[in-house]
Design a protein around this ligand. Structure first.
Ligand code: AMP
Ligand code: MG
Length: 393
């Protein structure tokens, strides 16, 4: 199959997205889910003219006079008396402004005379009233469909009395690792073995992207075992991720097994580094990725292709955070025929510095990186001070 550009690969993946169904959940369980219906407020906010400070409510025209104190109004209690000429009511933050008053002066700007009268001692004061409906009007849309729900959105659901909310179902992502050399983390690897890191990294990335990860285990480097586990994965999930076994080695069975399992492969090589041998195909309602075995490659390809797909399925357009900063020193590479993704750090003084890195198996170096930058095809080097776009990872 042809070597394709990253843009082509991205477009094929995104065009394959199947919209997730919706479900209803308690608003308290909706964090990091994607809203599928607008939420409107059923009331004005604030619902009444509200005092924004602790102080005395009166008429601005009376600010220079001694004021008779007629009432104390705590938050949550309705005022009983109208404030008349040269009168005031003591009022607490969040309480309703009494009839007749057009302002509140702060306790800090007041004095109580021996006569019991109240006097304003300040030199300038705002009205300190938040009028009814100033923030939100009844019927206003406070949250729109397609929004990724954050804690401050949950406050708006509470405000609008929306205790049940409609969200997209989380896509189910089956995760498989392949390779005879792999042992699970509790085990001590024997000679020629290593611990399986990809499965757990991919599970964590899946959870972070808002989907549900299901770990199916390690497939050994034999066709029958790989076929069995792949078939199981396809039947029970929306997305299948199988890492390892995708390159040109004698025991890289994944592409042939996927085809035998009925997966229609759309691409099997992307002109990108790391992650060239990334495979993508479709089987009825499942989307299947064969990711490179090296942990840095599988991490990056997940972020570049799988995470946007998960978000799109949930009806949310995800844009990674990107910041433009200068290079701390120059950088160059030998060959420029592939697009390169380079792990970097942002230094304390706001410069970008590539991490020292032996290649896509070097996960301890990668774990210290806070971002990645892209060198496009044809570009060999970056100058010191050149502005680069850093994508947060
Ligand atoms: P492969 O794509 O199977 O040729 O694997 C490429 C490299 O990634 C090899 O060095 C593998 O040992 C390593 N590798 C493959 N799968 C995993 C995994 N699940 N965890 C850690 N390393 C892996
Ligand atoms: Mg392998």
């Amino acid at each position: 199959m042809d070597l394709i550009s990253f843009e082509e690969a991205y477009t094929m993946v995104m065009n394959s997205a199947i919209e997730a169904e919706a479900e209803t959940v308690a608003f308290t369980s909706s964090l990091n889910r994607v809203l599928t219906a607008d939420i409107n407020s059923d009331m004005d906010m604030p619902p009444f003219n509200k005092a924004t400070v602790d102080g005395f409510a009166c008429r601005r025209a009376d600010l220079g006079s001694e004021l008779e104190l007629i009432e104390t109004i705590p938050a949550g209690k309705s005022p009983e008396s109208r404030v008349g000429e040269r009168q005031c009511s003591k009022i607490m933050t969040g309480a309703a402004i009494p009839e007749g008053a057009d302002m509140v002066f702060m306790v800090e700007d007041s004095a109580i005379l021996t006569s019991g009268k109240v006097i304003y001692r300040g030199s300038f004061t705002k009205d300190n009233i938040s009028p009814r409906g100033e923030d939100i009007r009844s019927g206003d849309r406070v949250l729109e469909s397609g929004r990724l729900i954050r804690p401050q959105d949950i406050a708006l659901m509470a405000l609008a009395g929306h205790t049940l909310v409609k969200v997209s179902k989380k896509p189910v992502v089956a995760i498989i690792s392949s390779g005879n050399e792999l042992v699970e983390p509790p085990e001590r690897p024997g000679l020629s073995q290593i611990r399986n890191t990809n499965s757990y990294q991919l599970m964590a990335q899946t959870e972070r992207a808002g989907a549900t990860g299901v770990y199916l285990g390690i497939a050994g480097d034999d066709e029958a075992a790989t076929f069995e586990i792949v078939s199981q994965a396809i039947s029970g999930s929306d997305i299948v991720l199988i890492s390892g076994g995708v390159s040109m080695g004698d025991f890289d069975f994944v592409p042939s097994v996927l085809e035998r399992a009925g997966v229609r492969l759309l691409f099997s090589r992307i002109n990108i580094q790391p992650g060239k041998p990334t495979i993508f195909g479709i089987h009825e309602k499942s989307m299947v990725f064969g990711l490179p075995g090296n942990p840095v490659s599988s991490f990056i390809q997940f972020e570049l292709l799988v995470r946007p797909l998960i978000c799109k399925m949930m009806g949310y357009h995800w844009d990674p955070v990107i910041i433009n900063l200068p290079m701390e020193s120059s950088y160059s590479r030998k060959s420029s025929d592939r697009r390169a993704l380079i792990p970097v750090n942002i230094t304390g003084n706001g410069y970008v510095s590539p991490v020292e890195y032996h290649g896509s198996a070097h996960i301890s170096a990668f774990s210290n990186a806070t971002g990645i930058i892209t060198l496009p095809e044809g570009k060999k080097s970056l100058e010191k001070g050149e502005i680069v776009s850093v994508r947060q990872i």
